[in-house]
Design a protein around this ligand. Structure first.
Ligand SMILES: Cc1cc2nc3c(=O)[nH]c(=O)nc-3n(C[C@H](O)[C@H](O)[C@H](O)COP(=O)(O)OP(=O)(O)OC[C@H]3O[C@@H](n4cnc5c(N)ncnc54)[C@H](O)[C@@H]3O)c2cc1C
Length: 480
């Protein structure tokens, strides 16, 4: 074990780099987190926890069970970032698959959730496992249609009422599924990380700082960085590449090869004034990705804001938006129009055009939603997918060189397993004490008050030109 404290550089303050910094800050290492933008978690958006991968019928049961466990850990680490509203999964009547096809997986997930609670009761973050999911036939939905909306729903049936009232029941199959898949609020998680990491004595948070060049000298990484035109060069014992869709640029700087893809996607923010005071569940209308009938996702935020995905090429997905690395470079090259959106901004006409298409996509099933309007610019970005399978949903980290970790998450909940694998590597190298490897007691890390998180999340919304309502959870804070 070296006598000096290990110096760890993390390049990228997205959810991967920031979660790694948060969990490594419990060791005696000195951490420097470089982020080129002025705030943390400013990369591609995330709004679903994916606790069970129920939005992805095409992925393996194994990936779904991993997502369930990783999501429970994530919800325990970031409780104030979770929006506790369930998700309706409906199959359109034109789908050749039947709802029954999804049941064996749901039963496996329910059983696994029960086991995780038996292992540790603190894992009970998705409600009572006996109601992890519930099926509704048409008669039950028609009964709920005649019930009064409940201001703050407590039961699964109460959550179903708005769906029952507004959905065109002739357009969907029965049974419909309600499952404890919750939402995530990226502004609140970014806020929590800004507050915790800025105040932490062993984390040196370098915002507005780009890493421009990396060299290796024996066991040391030499990082060159630039903050507001001031250059700096420093040595580190260990390098974590958490540069998101730009991890390939760091790989290219240090000369390692790899295969990966990068995908640009966008979700649209609408405002539906009719529903400004009602709490809705998330609603998923399944469909074949990349076709005009691609999945539609209706994600509620407070004050009548709804985030929309339509997995078609003229809504969430883009022609030319999925690119791969080459033998010459680890960094897949996105066409310039996507880079301009990420680094500069959106044209308002395109925002309106795509948001309207997203509203129409959802209004096929919820006709009254056709009156919704554009709520703000989209939530968008590019993300990496390691390897060559674009349907991969679970990945964590690769160790392509000694003293080098490349974060490769596809879903944000994988960041905790990712951080634990990095901790293992640091212990193996003798850079930190083995005791740091013990499972992190997430609950002991909740030192940030919820009201401070909300205030900071509102600041992030303003900085990024989104409505302040997006800084809040749908289910009022006090009633969680
Ligand atoms: C439309 C859309 C919706 C999504 N929805 C979900 C969802 O519901 N749930 C979910 O789990 N996942 C979702 N994802 C995926 C999720 O957004 C990503 O997996 C995740 O945000 C990636 O985090 P990251 O930290 O790896 O990368 P990023 O967030 O991209 O962070 C990388 C950071 O590195 C910084 N950086 C890069 N190069 C340098 C450098 N040289 N110097 C300094 N800083 C640098 C960047 O500025 C950036 O902040 C979605 C993705 C998209 C595009």
């Amino acid at each position: 074990m070296s006598k000096n404290k290990a110096k760890i550089a993390i390049v990228g303050g997205g959810i991967a780099g920031s979660t790694a910094a948060l969990l490594l800050s419990r060791t005696d290492a000195e951490i420097t987190l470089f982020e080129k933008t002025p705030s943390l978690v400013s990369g591609p958006p995330f709004c679903h926890l994916h606790a069970g991968g129920n939005l992805y019928p095409e992925i393996s049961d194994e990936q779904c069970l991993t997502l369930l466990k990783q999501s429970i850990d994530f919800a325990r680490l970031y409780p104030y970032g979770v929006d506790h509203r369930p998700t309706v999964i409906a199959l359109p009547e034109y789908c050749s698959r039947r709802t029954g096809h999804l049941l064996p997986r749901l039963q496996k997930l329910q059983a696994h959730y029960e086991t995780l609670i038996e292992d540790d009761v603190k894992n009970k973050v998705l409600g009572d496992p006996s109601v992890y999911f519930k099926l509704y036939d048409r008669a039950q939905i028609e009964t709920l249609r005649n019930k009064e909306i409940v201001a703050i729903p407590k039961t699964l049936d109460e959550w179903m009422i708005p769906f029952a009232k507004e959905t065109d029941l002739d357009k969907i199959q029965f049974p419909v599924i309600l499952v404890q898949e919750y939402g995530l609020n990226l502004f609140r998680i970014g806020a929590r990380l800004m507050l915790s990491l800025d105040a932490h004595p062993s984390v040196d948070l370098r915002l507005s700082t780009s890493v421009t060049k990396i060299e290796k000298n024996d066991d040391q990484w030499i990082l060159h960085s630039n903050t507001h035109n001031t250059e700096q060069t420093e040595n580190f014992d260990y390098l974590i590449n958490a540069a998101g869709y730009q991890t390939g640029k760091i790989d290219d700087m240090i000369g390692v090869s790899c295969q990966r893809m990068v995908e640009f996607k966008a979700a649209y923010v609408s405002q539906w004034e009719n529903e400004a005071t009602h709490l809705w569940p998330e609603i998923i209308f399944q469909g074949e990705r990349g076709t005009p009938r691609g999945m539609g996702q209706f994600t509620p935020y407070p004050q009548g804001y709804f985030q929309l995905h339509g997995m078609t090429k003229d809504i969430t997905l883009y022609e030319g938006g999925l690119v791969a690395s080459t033998a010459l470079s680890c960094q897949p090259k996105l066409p310039q129009n996507f880079i301009e959106k990420i680094e500069d901004s959106w044209r308002w006409e395109e925002t309106v055009e795509r948001t309207k298409k997203a509203i129409e996509h959802l209004a096929r099933f919820i006709p009254s939603f056709a009156t919704a309007k554009v709520g703000s610019k989209p939530l968008f970005g590019a993300q990496q997918i390691p390897g060559t399978d674009p349907t991969l949903r679970v990945a964590e980290v690769a160790f392509a060189l000694p003293r080098y970790a490349r974060c490769e998450i596809v879903k944000v909940s994988s960041t905790i397993d990712m951080s634990h694998a990095i901790l293992d590597d640091l212990v193996k190298l003798g850079l930190i004490e083995a005791s740091a490897h013990n499972t992190v007691a997430f609950e002991t890390m909740q030192q940030t008050r919820e009201e401070n998180i909300t205030k900071q999340a509102e600041v992030l919304c303003q900085m990024r030109e989104y409505p302040k309502a997006l800084a809040h959870r749908c289910v009022p804070e006090a009633s969680n």
